[in-house]
Design a protein around this ligand. Sequence first.
Ligand code: GRF
Length: 214
Amino acid sequence: MDTAVLASGTGSNLRAILEAMDAGTCRARVTAVISDRPGATALRLAEQRGIATEVVQPQSYPDRAAWDVALAEAVQSHAPKLVVLAGFMRIVGAPMLQAFQGRMINVHPSLLPAFRGMDAPAQAVAARTRISGCTVHLVDDGVDTGATLAQAAVTVRPDDDAEALHARIQAMEHRLLPAVVDAIAAGDMTVGAQPGYHADLPQTAPELVWPPVL
Ligand code: GRF
């Protein structure tokens, strides 16, 4: 399944998808990587593999609406069947939703609906919650509100700060996101307009309870 990945930063989730593709455990094909930042490491990862890249920088457009249109056009030019937001740090607008709603997914570092928006690991630490994790969900017109496709849990340790927790959540993201992309590409997970659908995913949560009393 031709897949476009949108990323703003280090692209560790993109790397996880590409490595799973190499290993044969993710049966999708990343055909384009699109970023809002020319310096994004994700773009370099794509270039190294000969994957097409696009940069759609907000600064290059007169207003938000023009950027929204340009972003949708850039993604559509690659005609992906699936769009993955993997650390794309901007809210996508109506043109992207019109083109891709129901086949656009995002990975978020919390167990949604808890801790939506920015700095989710810091929110989890501040709330003194004992379990957090990551969520892969469909993108809708809200912020981290789309139907949940899959989640994996990570314990919050008493001495965790946001950075330490985020690192362990990201390690889990690197397992969950390629598994979801694979399930969608293989037709094992149904996406589309209907509410979230939970397919049988590989066990991704080695630690579920803190303190480990059970
Ligand atoms: C991930 O933690 C993801 O959940 C959040 O942004 C981060 C991106 O990391 N949306 P990377 O760029 O894939 O390394």
